[in-house]
Design a protein around this ligand. Structure first.
Ligand code: XMP
Length: 510
């Protein structure tokens, strides 16, 4: 049975998933279709409403993506966003022109006429714009509802046909009342019942995974992190032990991490094999100082080890990956073609082993995956885990990685994390860890001069890891952590706190 909801027509917008997400947030199923999807197919979906996304093209340029005109006669409400508004204007007889001034970033919207689209929203509010073209003449039957400084026709409507156009982007967080506008469209204009839940996504996915996988097997490399764990639990629900999970200990994990991850994954009932490969990784890293070279060695070795294990799984046709939507966007080609970032850990493996990718979270955001994890009964301890890089502590030991330095770093890191948890600060920061620097510095302990190593503490606030600010941890707290580290970790004589943001720095030191 087809699900009824809102169809989002994609004209190449980098925000298209965000639009779908906002619709989900207000409790309505949403589905994204490419702009040239045949009209019959759209009709078959019987949507409550249609949203046209933005896009990089100009309506008057050659080859501009334009939908089948019959879409306006289906009697289904339409909301056009940015390029979507220009498409509506252009196809229905209005005029779109290149604006003298481009409008990027924040702008103030002034509502001129009341409308169910603005229910519960003040007369002026901030919106986020990103356009070079604008509407200069309205199509017949349309009226103007709002303006901004550079867009006289910032919100337009044809009351009779229930066709709306917005020059700004309601889906981005910088637009005030953006979600409310989408809710108003979905509820007041489309009259869609708001009864969709994340649980429905899970049920649909389980059914889809069963269909796609059939009787073949799926292999997964687990890290103990949120995405790969929740993805595995979901797939396990769908196909049981046709899923085979591997957790590869590359010898670059934190103190007690292997045991903790193994315990967690087993408690979830996942069919798991833990592979102890620390020795081979450490051998290959001996004497290597260059960070990129370290990454290459780790990546290559990981594939080698995983491939050896995976080969034993007869009938394996799929590789499960916890890819999220931001990963997909980040790695998309310049022209918006969907070149997918293969996971840093297992990149190259699917081609080599002729595996197909299974990526159930491709269209979701991290907090949505956490919600799914919660529904599937994944413990909070896993869901709230800070991100941890695939190459592990190798990127947190500057210079050569050796067993002695790993020991030092593990001890210091453990103290930092332990204290963060004790003080209730762990869940307040996005990521926190210790870094071991390759220098020595003078100290004094009990009347004796020491010449020990330096630990840098890093804690950041972030939303997605793309940008970050250093966390303002309380001074007394930092004092306590520094004291404990210098007292308890022999060989460390100095502790510093990193106060750089990203950009210009990165989160990891490498
Ligand atoms: P940077 O250092 O680039 O890190 O600001 C951003 C976020 O990505 C994590 N990170 C990685 N995660 N594989 C991963 O899975 C990697 O190779 C890797 N390198 C960095 C980093 O911990 C931070 O959360």
């Amino acid at each position: 049975m087809e699900k009824r909801g809102i169809v989002v027509i994609n004209f190449g917008s980098q925000y298209v998933q965000l639009i779908a997400r906002r619709v989900r947030e207000v409790g309505v199923f949403s589905e994204i279709l490419h702009w040239d999807t045949p009209i019959e197919e759209i009709k078959k979906k019987n949507p409550y409403g249609i949203i046209f996304s933005g896009g990089p093209a100009s309506v008057y340029s050659e080859g501009a993506p334009l939908p089948d005109r019959r879409i306006y006669d289906l009697g289904i409400p339409i909301l056009g966003i940015c390029y979507g508004l220009q498409v509506i204007t252009h196809q229905l007889g209005g005029k779109v022109w290149k604006a003298e001034k481009q409008e990027f970033g924040r702008s103030t919207l002034e509502v001129l006429k009341e409308d169910p689209l603005f229910e519960g929203i003040p007369k002026t509010f901030d919106v986020w714009m990103s356009h070079a073209d604008k509407v200069v003449d309205l199509p017949r039957g349309f009226k103007n509802l709002a303006t901004s400084e550079n867009s006289p026709y910032a919100v337009i409507v044809n009351d009779q046909k229930k066709i709306y156009g917005l020059q700004f982007h309601p889906e981005v967080v910088h637009t005030q009342y953006g979600t409310k506008i989408i809710e108003n469209f979905v509820k007041n204009i489309c009259k869609a019942p708001q009864n969709w839940k994340m649980g429905d996504f899970i049920e649909d996915k389980i059914e889809e995974i069963r269909k796609v996988v059939g009787r073949s097997k799926v292999i997964a490399a687990l890290s103990g992190g949120v995405d790969s764990t929740v993805a595995s639990v979901l797939v396990h629900r769908a196909i049981g032990d046709q899923l085979r999970c591997f957790f590869i200990d590359h010898g670059l994990l934190r103190e007690g991490e292997r045991e903790e991850v193994e315990r967690n994954l087993r408690s979830l009932g996942l069919p798991l094999k833990v592979v102890d490969a620390g020795q081979i990784f450490l051998e290959r890293l001996k004497g290597v100082e260059d960070p990129e070279e370290k990454r290459r060695i780790i990546g290559r070795t990981f594939i080698e080890v995983f491939e050896r294990e995976a080969k034993n799984v007869e009938g394996a046709e799929f590789l499960l990956q916890g890819t999220l939507y931001p990963d997909v966007v980040e790695s998309a080609g310049i022209k918006g073609s969907a070149k997918i970032k293969t996971h840093h850990n297992v990149g190259g493996l699917p081609e080599k082993m002729n595996l197909k990718l299974l990526e159930p979270f491709r269209e979701l955001f991290k907090d949505e995956v956490r919600e799914i994890g919660r529904i599937l009964g994944v413990p909070e301890e896993i869901l709230k885990r800070h991100p941890f890089p695939g190459p592990g502590l190798a990127v947190r030991i500057l210079g050569e990685v050796n067993p002695e330095d790993l020991k030092l770093l593990r001890k210091a890191d453990k103290i930092f994390i332990e204290e963060l948890k004790k003080e209730g600060l762990y869940d307040k920061v996005w990521q926190a860890f210790a870094v071991l620097l390759p220098i020595r510095s003078v100290g004094v302990m009990g009347d004796v001069r020491t010449y020990g190593r330096v630990i840098a503490l890093r804690a950041v606030e972030s939303v997605d890891g793309m940008t970050a600010d250093w966390a303002r941890l309380p001074q007394d707290f930092l004092d306590k952590v520094a004291r404990r580290i210098t007292n308890e970790v022999r060989g460390i004589s100095r502790v510093v706190y990193d106060i750089s943001s990203k950009p210009p720095s990165t989160i990891e030191w490498e």
